[in-house]
Structures are given as C-alpha cells and as structure tokens.
Design a protein around this ligand. Structure first.
Ligand code: GLU
Length: 491
C-alpha cells in the first residue's frame, strides 16, 4: 500500500493572511482530501519581531471561514506536536548538537558589520553575495579570542563543496542547484532561535510530511532544506512549487492591485465558496472547460499534474463572475443576511428595525439579488430607496423632464397614484396603461420622465418593482421635488 499522504500548511503569523497563502493552503488541503491523507497546520513563529498571536488567529479564522480544516496541528494537536515552532526549540537543539558534533555545522562569530562588508565587497566584484566561510575552520585560539571579546555566535551549516542538489519538483520538473552558489547559511541565530530553512526541514521530516506544496518564492530555499535533510539522514519529501500570483498587469500581486488579504475579501462580502472556487483556478486548471466547482468537485478533480508552471493571473473580473454565481444561489434569507452588514455600514440599517421596516428592507434588498457580485455592492444598487434627496445624474436626464408632455403625464400619474388603494406591481402597470391610452403618448414619454423624476437617473430597476417599494407618498414627494427643480409647478 502506498504511504499515507501528509501535507502541511506552515504560515508565518506575521502579516494579514494573504490570498497567496490561502491558495497554498487550498492546494494542500485539496490534495489531502482527495488522497484521503492528512493536513497539518504548523505555525512558523520564529520571527519574534513580526509574529503575533492575532495573526495566528486571523489565519486560523480565515482557513475555517474558507472551509479548510486540519487533521493535526495547532489547536487540534496530533502525534508529532507541538505544532508551533517556538514550542519546539529543544527539538531543534538536539539536531543542532548532532550537526555540530559531526562537524556539519559550526559556530560563526562574524558581526553583522563584518557580514555586511563582505556582502559589499562581493557585490562590487559582481559576485553573488554569500558567506565565504570565514569561521569555517577557526582554531581553538581564534574561538577563545572571539569569546573573550564577548561575541555571541550564530551557527552555520557547512555546505558541502562542489555538489549538485537535484530534485524533481511536482510542478517544475527537475530542478538543480550548485552547492557552491549557496554559502554556509545560518541555521541558528545568535539568540538561539532557528532560522526558517532549518526549522522547516526538521519539522517537515519529523511530522512525516510527504508532499511540500508551497509558493514558488520558496524554490530557492529548497536546496538549503535538502542539505539539512541529507545531513540529518532524513527522508526527502516531494516538493511542488506553485507559481506566483500576478496582477492583471503581469506584475507580482501586491497592494497596488487592490485587496490582497483574505480578510479584505471577506469584509467586501465575497462568499467563501466563491473565493475557494476562484483560488483553485489560480494555477490549477481542470481538464475540461468547467469553471464553477463545488467543493466536492474540486476535491475529486484536483491533481498536482494539472498545476501550471506559468504564473497565475489574479483577474478580479473573473472572481466577481464566479462569486456572482454563488451569490445567486443564496436563498432570499441568506442573501439578506449577507447584505445586512453592508446595509448597516452604509447607514441603511441599524439592526433595530421594526418587523414592518424589516419586511420592507427584505424586499428592497431582494431587488439586488441577481445583480451584485459581492456584498458590498448591495447598498450601491439599492441606495435609491433610501433618502429622497438626489441630483439629476446627467444633464440628459434633466432634459427628459423639460419635454412639453411632462406636466400632463406627471399630473395624471400623481392623480392615479393618489387614487390607488394599494400600490403594487399590477396597479402601477395599469396606471401607465391608462396614461398612455388617454394621452396617446408613446411609452418613452410616459415611463422615462417618471423614472427620472423618481430617481434622477435614466436607468434603474423596473418601475413596477420600484414604485411599490417607494410607496405612494415618497413617490409623489420625489416627483414634485424633481419637477420643482426644472421649474414645473403642478396644479
Ligand atoms: N513559514 C513559511 C512562509 O509562511 C512557510 C513556507 C513553507 O511552506 O515552507 O512562507
């Protein structure tokens, strides 16, 4: 039987959870769920200055919100814990002692200033800046002297010379690096905290990770990690480096391109299913043309074989299109619940509405259901139902009310509206019919001025939908105000 697939997502809790991180987590999760394997969530918090508990919470919340669970890791535990790197320092120490004893690692007493100087010298010679091994072979006297100066050493990995480090990347195929280009790298900093490349290798090995799926920017870290694996005689996992996410301008996705964190998309009212569907297509392509996938379908169809080498482009229009699909599938109740925070933010709701007002709000919000791509668009679409003050959208719209037929139409419209007992769709339809019949004016001369007088705009929802929602009094009030603005006083 094949070995159980074990994957991990190993975020550093330093920044708002980025969309790229969510994509990496998703590919791991899909692979685990497809193969009946295990997903591990490990927190890589060795960057003491930048790691925060809030960021860890934010990551976990976002994963849960997106529907990704983990079988082992922080909060849930598991056989290979602890799952937070700062709680594993004694584990790393054991391996560091071993590497030091075997001469595969050594103490480095260079100061940051000395290292900077070395870097400058190499750069000036157009050489790849790397550590040239000054402390590789210190004599006991030199070590004693540095110690006497009070220097605190870091620990470096002794990179074997003249070696090729080759691995078969699941996405990129064979990748190879020359060890001579790497330079002895720090594995433990002078404060005793391990570096990413060191801790990650030990953890992935001890946690029996079989597939390391992560972003392409880590590709150049992989040879260092492989050196650690080999030095500690750990079995190498498989690696798959998924391509960068670019903005539509083909530049690396950054804040300039708009929202980059999962939280921002959540705040804007994107749905988890929409975002997951979109993220899955950022680098993975199914064998068919299908673009809308349920979670089950994604799990069934996903395969690392169809993860593309070339960069993925973050196309917001596509995200909106996909999310709209999921918005439309919401029940009216779900849609209203999704709208609520945005309606409150826009000042259209306060959460303390009477039942009557709530019933009205539900009808109003429902008018946006087919139109919006994400929640924050809802208040824009229904904004015209709130407040009765508005300006004419364009001079063209204003001109509509200056036609000579307008006073007649409006007079009749108001009269009919006043006389009606219930203002519903059929009533409104009948009113327009009556006006057309009596005046013999074309539809355009009847509908358009009413629309403009009610909203200031030549476009908008169907009048038969809109007028019942505005109600008799507000409709009449709006019409009168608009007409006054263009100098028409009704009798
Ligand atoms: N902590 C690393 C990061 O967040 C993990 C990279 C990896 O998956 O190895 O970038």
């Amino acid at each position: 039987m094949d070995k159980e697939i074990r994957v991990r997502f190993a975020p550093s809790p330093t920044v708002p959870f980025h969309i790229g991180g969510a994509r990496s987590a998703l590919f791991n999760w899909l692979l685990a769920r497809k193969m009946g394997g295990k997903m591990v969530l490990r927190i890589e918090d060795t960057d003491r200055e930048r790691s925060t508990p809030e960021s860890e919470e934010n990551i976990k919340d976002a994963l849960k919100w997106l529907g990704m669970d983990w079988d082992e890791g922080v909060d849930v535990g598991g056989p290979y814990g602890p799952y937070r790197q700062m709680e594993r320092l004694d584990i790393y120490k054991k391996y560091t002692d071993q590497l030091l004893a075997e001469g595969k690692a050594y103490y480095c007493y260079c100061t940051p200033e000395e290292l900077e100087e070395e870097r400058e010298v190499l750069t000036a010679k157009s050489m790849m800046p790397r550590y040239m091994g000054k402390c590789r072979n210190l004599s006991p006297e030199q070590i004693a002297a540095y110690k006497a100066e009070g220097r605190k050493p870091s620990i470096r990995f002794r990179v074997p010379e003249g070696k090729q480090i080759v691995f078969d990347d699941l996405v990129r195929g064979e990748v190879s690096f020359e060890s001579d280009g790497i330079g002895d790298f720090v594995i433990v900093k002078s404060d005793g905290i391990p570096t990413y490349n060191y801790a990650v290798a030990i953890d992935d090995a001890l946690m029996h990770i079989t597939h390391v799926i992560r972003a392409e920017e880590h590709l150049s870290n992989t040879p260092r990690q492989l050196l650690v694996y080999d030095a500690l005689q750990f079995e190498r996992p498989k690696f798959g480096h998924i391509s960068l996410i670019l903005g539509k301008d083909k530049k690396k996705m950054s804040k300039r391109h708009g929202a980059t964190s999962v939280d921002q998309y959540k705040q804007m009212g994107y749905l988890p299913a929409g975002l997951v569907n979109f993220l899955a297509l950022l680098g993975w392509a199914p064998s068919s043309e299908q673009e809308i996938f349920t979670e089950e379908e994604l799990i069934r169809e996903f395969s690392m074989k169809h993860v593309a080498k070339n960069p993925a482009v973050f196309d917001v229009d596509k995200l909106n299109w996909i999310n709209q699909h999921y918005m439309r599938k919401l029940t009216p109740e779900e849609f209203f619940a999704a709208a609520k925070p945005h309606m409150i933010a826009a000042g259209y709701m306060n959460g303390k509405e009477t039942d009557e007002k709530l019933a009205w709000l539900k009808k109003v919000v429902a008018t946006a259901h087919e139109q919006v791509s994400f929640g924050a668009e809802i208040p824009q679409v229904v904004g015209m139902y709130f407040g009765d003050e508005f300006e004419f959208e364009t001079s063209e719209a204003e001109a509509v009310l200056k036609e000579e037929t307008v006073p007649t139409v409006m007079q009749m419209f108001i009269k009919e509206l006043e006389a009606a007992e219930i203002i519903d769709g059929p009533t409104v339809k009948n009113i327009f019919k009556t006006i057309q019949k009596t005046t013999k004016f074309g539809g355009k001369f009847v509908y358009m001025p009413v629309r403009v007088a009610l909203t200031g705009n030549q476009h908008g929802p169907e009048l038969v939908e809109m007028i019942p929602l505005l109600g008799k009094d507000r409709s009449i009030k709006r019409i009168k105000t608009s007409l006054e603005k263009v100098g028409i006083a009704l009798a």
